[in-house]
Structure formats: C-alpha cells, structure tokens
Design a protein. Sequence first.
Length: 123
Amino acid sequence: MENIGHIICHVEIATNSVKKSGEFYKEVFGWKIVYDSTNSNYATFDPGSGVGGGIVQSKSITPPHIVVYVLTNNITETLKKIVEKGGKIVLYKTQLGPDARGGWFAFFSDPDENLIGLFEPKL
C-alpha cells in the first residue's frame, strides 16, 4: 500500500453548543458551516483553503479544546509506534460510520499528554 503521508488532515473544535460556535466561526472568519442533518451534535467547517474540520458538541469537556488529526494509512501500526516511543492509546481504532464508509479514527496522547487524533481513510 502506498504511504499516504502523515499530514494534518482534520481539526475538531469541541464546544458546548454546535450552533453557537458554528455561527461564531461563520461570522468571524467567513467559514462555510454545514450542520449534520442526522446528528445535531456535529457540523463541518470549510475555511475555503487549508485544512477544514468539524465542530463537535461535548458537554463533558472542561475546558473545550481542539483536536488535530494526523493522516495515516495504518492506524494499528502507527499506534504500535506511538506506544513504543512513550505515547499512550486513548481510543483504539474505531470505525467512522456504518461499514466504516468514512474510514477509521483513533486517539493517542504524546509523552506530554497532548491529545492527538489519527485518521485512516477507507481506500
């Protein structure tokens, strides 16, 4: 399998109100906000260029934070390397959508406990 690189591919902004945050970023930066019709706790944003992402509602987060996702072609192998180098797995490989149609994601923390996401697309 061709290595797809380890670039930043997605950013998620955690919030207490998806609608409020979506309107904020739309008005301040002119980002295109698309509210998920099947999930009121999620919206996507498109800044027009560069990396886009999502706005996710999570009332349990104190304080709200931002998660950066790194693209990988093999989450399982990447998580092994992370553990070998002193990182910790926070969430193992998880499918995104029914039948993993959106690919897979996982979370890890680096040695300084920064939370980072991984994304493996379905190819």
